[in-house]
Write a protein that binds this ligand. Sequence first.
Ligand SMILES: NC(=O)c1ccc[n+]([C@@H]2O[C@H](COP(=O)([O-])OP(=O)(O)OC[C@H]3O[C@@H](n4cnc5c(N)ncnc54)[C@H](O)[C@@H]3O)[C@@H](O)[C@H]2O)c1
Length: 334
Amino acid sequence: MRVGLVGTGRIGESHAAAVAARAEVDELVLADADGARARDVAGRVGAHVAGAIDTLLHPGAVDALVVTAATSAHAELILAGVRAGIPVFCEKPVAPTVAETVDVLREVDKRQALVHIGFMRRFDAGYAEARRALRDGELGELHRVHAVTCDAAPPPAEYLPTSGGLFRDCLVHDFDILRWVTGREVVEVHAYGANRGADYFAAADDVDTAAAVLRMDDGTLATVQGSRYNGGGYDVRMELAGSAGTVAVGLDGHAALRSAEAGVDFPSQDPYREFWSRFAPAYGAEIAAFLSAVREGGPSPCTVADALEAVLVADAAERSRRAGRPVRIEEVRP
Ligand SMILES: NC(=O)c1ccc[n+]([C@@H]2O[C@H](COP(=O)([O-])OP(=O)(O)OC[C@H]3O[C@@H](n4cnc5c(N)ncnc54)[C@H](O)[C@@H]3O)[C@@H](O)[C@H]2O)c1
């Protein structure tokens, strides 16, 4: 299999290494707007470099395309791949706006194209086990869900203006996995934000800390909390409580908290500091699932339609925290 990868920045290099390690991949060809960066990464992961990005985007150029470029380039690259008949994996988000996401969705649906959007938590063993336990009835009737995503340290100021804000950039992962684990849709969000760290968050019209209450279509209540500042470490967890039991995702030896109870020495290992070390197996499984879908002709493990639903929840949360009132998902659906 010949795979093209566009965007060899922070996550692109890690994905390139994961693709290059797959036995079914005979050749990996990299491209980036910054050619020197593509050459550096190619040297480190054992890949080739494309003469120009366009050479990867015509029919038959590659068997599969991986898009890990900056968000502003996603929609154009997905559409170029789809129009050339090439299956595409693209990091989240599909596009900077809902309107552009809908445009991509229309084209993908029209062509019945295989496009996989990178919500890697769907490939994490803990979330998969929580989903199974809920589906198999081990939790009984689900009553509440609590999800947390906290970065150990904030991104630099220059990241914020194009990030989309805390809900779209970061908590969108919680909104996607909430839908995937529960199999239910969010109908309403009431969100709050706060600025507890550097002034540059407020200057970018963003918040560094947030909490939201979500109402699901079966009456389940969910809470989602997030922060760009978490002294305890990179903290990603989810708790699902039902009439017959409770299950927790991310409550392992690396959990970024300590017990206040005497004599309890759990968790005993150092907390994760960032997303790649926490989710490395999930990122690997995600790429493997994409390549498997390419070989077998689909279906996509995480569609553009899924990505749209997650971003609508994020948009509703953003509107809610600004307006200071609950916002229904239907209010933000175009
Ligand atoms: N799923 C996750 O957990 C996760 C984590 C981090 C980042 N991401 C997503 O991955 C994407 C990349 O993030 P990053 O942190 O690696 O960013 P980055 O800034 O480190 O890298 C982006 C790369 O894209 C290149 N680029 C920009 N425009 C391009 C274009 N038009 N054509 C080709 N190359 C172009 C840049 O030169 C750069 O090398 C973002 O969309 C981000 O939302 C997802």
